[in-house]
Write a protein that binds this ligand. Structure first.
Ligand SMILES: [Zn+2]
Ligand SMILES: [Zn+2]
Length: 378
């Protein structure tokens, strides 16, 4: 088991367009690709079907101005935060029905039925939701998944008949899988209700699968989660979905990642954000404080005359970028800790009183007040 299939492809390359391609251009190129790669035009061609899925995925992102902007800035990580294509179901191709509808229309619907008969029934894709800790997502981890999935029944070799004998031809449809009947002037064909379109029936069902031809079995899979993933990211384990029937291909397994929140750290793509509490004297005079990063505590120099809320960057102390281009930064916000008088000793209170009496004039307060009032009520 490897994650070389990790869905981390360059969407522009997938569609074969330039990074600055216009929306109209992307749509045009995609329509051509979808037409050429459509499963109806390439029966039994698994590679074309794979490319078809990839093109659809790329188009679902690049055709959406908002998703595209985030993808341009943050790569696949940018799609994670808002779910990416968690709503994208590779089995139904629902996302681009609008694009394909006018191209294939009814022919596509009829094609679906024919396809099944020719190349067997493909196994379903499976979804597995995997929880990761903040650290596991940051550094990557190897996890063992137990996946219940349908496998071809070994007792009957997937025939559904006891002893693995070949099932009998359906008498209702004569093995055609369809029955025809007259409706006015029309002859209408519909799926045979006796054999559900399979063309065969099982007279003596297999004891293990009860004629269902597949049984649920639990599989143990080792999966390597790369460093830098985020909630909403998806790993595709090719061919680890359910078994197909009649020579149909296996489905894929999609591992949807959910990353736990950290009590003090927050991810923003490859960057990690935190807050550090400092005192008034530290802001005024400058200080070296300790900052918690994913790589452990690090010293941060705060210069003299730092304002509360200012942010400082520790370059390269964030999380590994998914595309391998180094690490993000750690960004630390300075938060002024104002103690309650009860938390102070007598000497500290004396000093504060004296400080207040000496009075230093506020530097930017007048102008700032206006802005704050505007923020509150404006
Ligand atoms: Zn069986
Ligand atoms: Zn039948």
């Amino acid at each position: 088991m490897s994650t070389k299939d990790y869905v981390e492809k360059d969407y522009y390359k997938t569609l074969g367009v330039a990074k600055d391609a216009s929306a109209a251009e992307i749509k045009k190129v995609y329509r051509k690709l979808a037409r050429d790669l459509h499963p109806d035009k390439n029966p039994g061609n698994a590679e074309a079907e794979e490319k078809f899925k990839e093109a659809a995925e790329a188009y679902s992102v690049l055709s959406d101005a908002d998703k595209r902007a985030r993808y341009d800035r943050f790569g696949h990580g940018g799609l994670g935060a808002q779910g990416g294509f968690s709503g994208f179901d590779p089995q139904t191709f629902g996302d681009f029905a609008d694009v394909l509808g006018d191209l294939f229309g009814l022919g596509d619907l009829l094609g679906g039925g024919r396809r099944r008969g020719r190349r067997g029934q493909p196994g379903s894709d499976l979804r597995y939701d995997l929880e990761l800790t903040f650290e596991e997502a940051a550094f990557g981890v190897s996890r063992t998944l137990r996946v219940p999935r349908l496998e071809v029944c070994s007792d009957c070799s997937g025939t559904g008949s006891a002893g693995g004998t070949a099932p009998a031809t359906c008498r209702a449809c004569g093995g055609m899988g369809q029955v025809r009947f007259q409706q006015g002037f029309l002859t209408v064909a519909r799926t045979c209700p006796q054999c559900r379109g399979r063309g065969t029936v099982v007279d003596d069902p297999c004891k293990r699968c009860h004629g269902n031809r597949r049984v649920e079995e639990e599989r143990t899979l080792e999966v390597a989660i790369p460093a830098g993933v985020e909630t909403g990211a998806r790993l595709r384990l090719s061919g680890e979905g359910e078994a197909g029937l009649d020579g149909g291909p296996r489905g894929d397994l999609y591992v949807m990642l959910h990353v736990e929140e950290h009590p003090r750290l927050r991810r923003e793509g490859p960057h990690v954000l935190s807050e550090v509490e400092v005192t008034y004297p530290q802001l005024v005079m400058g200080a070296t404080v300790e900052v918690e990063t994913v790589h452990g505590p690090m010293p941060l120099d705060i210069p003299a005359a730092t304002q509360p809320g200012e942010q400082f960057r520790l370059p390269g102390q964030g999380v590994q970028r998914l595309d391998g281009r180094g690490k993000g930064d750690h960004v630390c916000f300075v938060h002024l800790q104002v103690p309650a008088p009860g938390d102070l000793g007598d000497e500290e209170k004396e000093l504060l009183k004296r400080l207040a009496e000496l009075g230093g004039k506020p530097i930017r307060e007048r102008r700032k007040m206006k802005e704050r009032v505007r923020d509150l009520f404006g």
